[in-house]
Write a protein that binds this ligand. Structure first.
Ligand SMILES: Nc1nc2c(c(=O)[nH]1)N[C@H]1C(S)=C(S)[C@@H](COP(=O)(O)OP(=O)(O)OC[C@H]3O[C@@H](n4cnc5c(=O)[nH]c(N)nc54)[C@H](O)[C@@H]3O)O[C@H]1N2
Ligand SMILES: Nc1nc2c(c(=O)[nH]1)N[C@H]1C(S)=C(S)[C@@H](COP(=O)(O)OP(=O)(O)OC[C@H]3O[C@@H](n4cnc5c(=O)[nH]c(N)nc54)[C@H](O)[C@@H]3O)O[C@H]1N2
Ligand SMILES: [Mo]
Length: 744
C-alpha cells in the first residue's frame, strides 16, 4: 500500500504504458493487436468501456483510451474458468476471494449448475440448462414472479429479443443497471423536455462557449471526452467544473496522440473549479439562477426572453420561487467562496452557447431529479438548448445502456411502445408497470421463491445494501446469470443457480448464415454496428441473442415469434426492430449504407415532446436533511482501475492511491476534529431505520475534499447504503449521499 500526492494531469505516455502493461498481462501480443486495431473504428468493435461517441475522423494511432484497453483485456483474456476450476474451488472458498481475484481467473467457458446444499458448481449441457429454466419459469403462479435484470453492455439485438420474450411471457419486471445510474436524468429530462436522453452531439462541443461539468470524472470514466474538451478549448470554450473532488482529468490533459501531450505540456482544462460540498448542487444552481435573474433586471439580454416566451412554460412560478431564496444562506451551504461563484455568474452572463454535462455525482442522491431539473432551468433561462453548441449532456456509463432503453428494456414502458409491440406481433403485452432494481430486491426479500434471470452485470455487487440483497438472491427459486466473467452474484444463488457463459464484444459470432454483426447506441443517440474479431475460447460459447432465443422458444414456444429463424441471421432481428421501434425504420438498409444513423430527438430542434409540448421550468426544493455533528456525508465512487464491479487492479493512480481499495478520502480538518490516528484503520457505520451497517479496516487518506464529506469506493462500501435511501421519483439508490459515523 502506498499513498502519494494526487496527479495534476491525466493521460500522456504513462497512460499508454499502463494500458499496454495491462493488455499484455492478459493476452498475447498478437491477440492484443488483433483486438485493439478495430476498436472504435468504423465497422469495428465498439469499446465495452463507456458510451462516449466516436468522432467522425478516427485517429489512425488508435481510437481508444487507457481504460478501454483495460476493458478489452479483461474480456479478451487468454485465461479461462472451466469445469475443473469449479471442482477445485468450492463456492464458499470463492466467496472469500476478492473481486479482483475472481476477475483475474479468466473467461467463463461452460454452463454450470449448483443446487442448494451442494458445495460446488458442476457442468451441465446447454440443452439441460435451457430446459431447466423453461420448466421453472413455466411453474410460476404469475408471470410477475419472474424478474429479468439487464446490464447495459447488452447489444440492441439481444435487448430487443429479451424484452419481447419477457413481455410475451407476461411481465414488465425488467429492472436494469440504468435504475442505479442515469434513471434520475431520464425522469428529469422526460418531464422537462420530453426525451430522457441528452440533446447535444459531439460537434456541439466544438461550437460551445461554456461547458459545465457537474459530478463527473471523465479522466477515468470517459477518457475520450478529454479530447473533445481539448478541442473545445482550442476553439475558445471555457470549462467550469463543479465537483467536491479535484479530479486530475479535469485539470490538465496530456493528449497521448499529440507531441505537446507526450512532452507533458498538455492542455489546461478547467478554467474554474468549484469544489462544492456533496449534494449542494441545487443550492449552487439556485444561486446562479437568482443572480442571473437579478442581472437580467439591469440587462435583459442576459437571458433569452424570446425563447422563454415562445418555447417554455412555468416561468412565473419558477421566478417566484428563486426570488424567495436567500443568497447568503445558499452560499454557506455550498461551502464555496463568493468570488468563485461570482466568476461563474460572470461567464454565464456573457455566454449563450452553454453545454451542461453530468454523471453520477448528480444522479445518485435523494434529490437527484431536482439536481437535473435545476440544470435544465439554467439552460432554459439562457435559451441554451436545441441550438448549435448548447444543450444537455448526461454522460452515459455502459456502452449500450441507452440502446437497451430504446429497445424496450424498461419496467415502465410507454403506452405507445407497447401498442406498437402489440400491433407488430399480435399479442397483448402486460400493461402493469414492473419492478425496478430497488423494488426487485424488496420483492425477492419479502417473497421467497422468485425466479431471477440476469442478462449480464453483477446485480449483487452493483446494488445497495449488500447483505440484504444477498439474502434476497439466496431466497430465489432459481438464479440464472448470462455472463462473460465470474462475479460475486454467482456465489449467492437460489435453490438452483445457473451460470450461462456467453460471447462478448471482442468475439466473433458465427450463426447459420455466417458471421454476425450487432448494434449499439452511444450516449448521443447514434446507432452503429459492432463486431468481434477473435475466435472464442471454446466452441461451446453462445451469443446473448442465441441464449435468449433458446430460453424463449422452450418457455413460450414459437407461435408468436420463430426464435430459431431469427438467430440464424441477425438481420432478421433488425427487420423486426425496424417494424416495432420508432426511429429504427429501414434499420438494415441504413446500416448497410452508412454504418451509423441518428435517432429522432425533438428537443435537439426545440421540439419539446413532453405532455405539454413546451420546455418546462420547474420548482425544486432544497435538499432537506439533517447531518449530526459527528456524522459525515459519504459518496461511493470508482477508482481508476475498475469498471463498475470489475476491478482491473488495486491502484487509483490519479488520486495517488496504490495497492489498496479499502480507503476513505477525508479532509485533514475532519481527521483532526474526529481525533483520528491516520495510521490506524477506521470503521464506518450508520444506523438508518434502526439497523446497524458497517465496514471496517479502512485506511484514512487525508485528501482535498470539502469538510464534512468523505469518499469511498463502490462496491466495497455498498454495505452501508440502505435500500430505502433512494432518489425521489427515480428510485435510484442515493449512493453518493450516505450518512456515516466513524469509529477507531
Ligand atoms: N473506466 C471506467 N469507465 C467507466 C466506468 C467505470 O467504472 N470505469 N463506469 C461506467 C458507468 S456505468 C458510469 S455510470 C460512468 C460513471 O462515471 P462517473 O459519474 O464519472 O463516476 P463516479 O466515479 O461515480 O464519479 C462521480 C463523480 O461525481 C463527483 N461527485 C460525487 N458527489 C457529488 C455531488 O454531490 N455533486 C457533484 N457536483 N459531484 C459529485 C465525484 O467526486 C466524482 O468525480 O462511467 C462509465 N465508464
Ligand atoms: N455504491 C455505488 N453503487 C453503484 C454505483 C455507484 O456509483 N456507487 N454505480 C451504479 C451504476 S452507474 C451502474 S451502471 C451499476 C452497474 O451494474 P452492472 O451493470 O450490473 O455491473 P457491472 O460491474 O458493469 O457488471 C459486470 C459483469 O458483467 C458481465 N459482463 C461483462 N461483459 C458482458 C457481456 O458482454 N455480456 C454479458 N452477458 N455479461 C457481461 C461480467 O460477468 C461482469 O462480471 O452499478 C451501480 N452501483
Ligand atoms: Mo452506470
Amino acid at each position: 500500500m502506498r499513498i502519494t500526492q494526487p496527479s495534476k494531469s491525466a493521460a500522456g505516455l504513462k497512460a499508454v504504458f499502463h494500458s499496454m502493461r495491462m493488455a499484455l498481462k492478459s493476452m498475447s501480443l498478437i491477440k492484443t493487436g488483433k483486438v485493439l486495431a478495430p476498436l472504435n473504428q468504423k465497422g469495428g468493435t465498439d469499446c465495452p468501456g463507456c458510451a462516449w461517441p466516436d468522432p467522425d475522423h478516427r485517429s489512425y494511432l488508435g481510437e481508444f483510451c487507457e481504460n478501454g484497453v483495460k476493458a478489452i483485456a479483461e474480456e479478451a483474456t487468454d485465461r479461462s474458468v472451466d469445469a475443473s476450476f469449479f471442482s477445485k474451488y468450492s463456492i464458499n472458498s470463492l466467496r472469500n476471494q476478492s473481486d479482483y481475484w475472481l476477475g483475474q481467473q479468466g473467461r467463463l467457458v461452460t454452463p454450470m449448475r449448483v443446487r442448494k446444499g451442494e458445495k460446488n458448481y458442476t457442468s451441465i449441457s446447454w440443452d439441460e440448462a435451457f430446459d431447466l429454466i423453461a420448466s421453472h419459469l413455466n411453474q410460476r403462479i404469475s408471470p410477475d414472479d419472474a424478474i429479468f435484470y439487464t446490464s447495459g453492455r447488452t447489444s440492441n439485438e439481444a435487448a430487443f429479443l429479451y424484452q419481447l420474450f419477457i413481455r410475451i411471457f407476461g411481465t414488465n419486471n425488467l429492472p436494469d443497471c440504468s435504475n442505479m445510474c442515469h434513471e434520475s436524468s431520464g425522469v428529469a429530462l422526460n418531464h422537462t423536455l420530453g426525451i430522457g436522453k441528452g440533446t447535444v452531439k459531439l460537434e456541439d462541443f466544438y461550437h460551445a462557449e461554456l461547458i459545465l461539468i457537474f459530478g463527473q470524472n471523465p479522466g477515468t470514466n470517459h477518457p475520450r471526452m478529454l479530447s473533445a474538451l481539448e478541442k473545445a478549448k482550442s476553439q475558445g470554450a471555457k470549462v467550469v467544473v463543479i465537483n467536491p473532488l479535484k479530479e486530475a482529468g479535469l485539470l490538465k490533459f496530456n493528449n497521448p496522440q499529440a507531441v505537446s501531450g507526450i512532452l507533458g505540456q498538455g492542455t489546461d482544462l478547467a478554467d474554474l473549479y468549484l469544489q462544492v460540498k456533496i449534494n449542494e448542487d441545487v443550492a449552487l444552481l439556485k444561486i446562479l439562477l437568482l443572480r442571473l435573474l437579478e442581472e437580467a433586471e439591469k440587462s435583459p439580454e442576459i437571458i433569452d426572453q424570446d425563447f422563454i416566451a415562445q418555447k417554455t412554460e412555468g416561468f412565473e412560478a419558477f421566478i417566484t420561487e428563486i426570488k424567495s431564496q436567500d443568497y447568503h444562506s445558499l452560499v454557506a451551504r455550498t461551502g464555496l467562496e463568493v468570488s468563485q461563484i461570482e466568476a461563474l455568474i460572470d461567464l454565464l452572463c456573457k455566454k449563450d452557447k452553454i453545454i451542461a454535462c453530468w454523471a453520477m455525482g448528480l444522479t445518485q442522491h435523494v434529490n437527484a431529479v431536482d439536481n437535473i431539473q435545476e440544470i435544465v432551468n439554467l439552460l432554459l433561462l439562457k435559451g441554451s438548448i436545441g441550438k448549435e453548441g448548447a444543450g444537455t449532456c448526461p454522460v452515459r456509463g455502459h456502452s449500450n445502456v441507452q440502446g437497451d432503453r430504446s429497445m424496450g428494456i424498461w419496467e415502465k414502458p410507454s403506452k405507445q411502445f407497447l401498442d406498437t409491440l402489440a400491433a407488430t406481433f399480435g399479442f397483448e403485452p402486460p400493461r402493469k408497470h414492473g419492478v425496478d432494481v430497488v423494488q426487485a430486491i424488496a420483492l425477492m426479500h419479502k417473497e421467497p421463491g422468485k425466479y431471477f434471470i440476469s442478462l449480464g452485470g453483477n446485480f449483487l455487487s452493483a446494488a445497495p445494501d449488500t447483505n440484504y440483497t444477498t439474502q434476497a438472491l439466496e431466497q430465489t427459486q432459481i438464479s440464472v446469470h448470462i455472463s462473460t466473467k465470474l462475479n460475486r452474484s454467482h456465489l449467492h444463488h437460489g435453490e438452483i443457480g445457473l451460470i450461462l457463459p456467453c460471447l462478448g464484444r471482442t468475439d466473433t459470432i458465427i450463426e447459420k448464415s455466417g458471421p454476425q454483426t450487432l448494434t449499439v447506441e452511444n450516449s448521443m443517440g447514434s446507432v452503429h454496428t459492432t463486431r468481434g474479431f477473435v475466435k472464442s475460447h471454446t466452441d461451446c460459447l453462445l451469443s446473448e441473442p442465441h441464449i435468449i432465443a433458446q430460453i424463449a422458444s422452450r418457455t413460450i414456444g414459437n407461435d408468436i415469434v420463430d426464435w430459431h429463424a431469427l438467430i440464424d441471421d441477425y438481420d432478421r432481428i433488425r427487420t423486426l426492430i425496424s417494424k416495432a421501434v420508432v426511429g429504427f425504420e429501414s434499420f438494415n438498409e441504413k446500416l448497410k449504407k452508412d454504418g451509423i444513423f441518428d435517432l429522432p430527438n425533438g428537443p435537439r430542434n426545440q421540439q419539446f415532446t413532453n405532455d405539454i409540448g413546451k420546455a418546462r421550468f420547474t420548482v425544486n426544493e432544497l435538499p432537506n436533511y439533517q447531518i449530526d455533528p459527528d456524522e459525515l456525508l459519504m459518496m461511493t465512487i470508482r477508482s481508476h482501475d475498475q469498471f463498475n464491479t470489475t476491478t482491473y487492479g488495486l491502484d487509483d493512480r490519479y488520486r495517488g492511491i496504490y495497492g489498496t481499495r479499502k480507503i476513505v478520502l477525508m479532509n485533514k480538518t475532519d481527521v483532526e476534529n474526529h481525533d483520528l490516528d491516520i495510521d490506524l484503520p477506521v470503521t464506518l457505520y450508520n444506523n438508518y431505520g434502526g439497523k446497524k451497517r458497517e465496514v471496517s479496516g479502512l485506511k484514512i487518506v487525508a485528501y482535498e475534499i470539502p469538510k464534512g464529506c468523505i469518499a469511498t469506493y463502490f462496491p466495497e462500501c455498498n454495505v452501508l447504503i440502505p435500500l430505502e435511501l433512494k432518489a425521489r421519483k427515480s428510485n435510484t439508490p442515493a449512493s453518493k449521499s450516505v450518512k456515516v459515523r466513524l469509529l477507531q
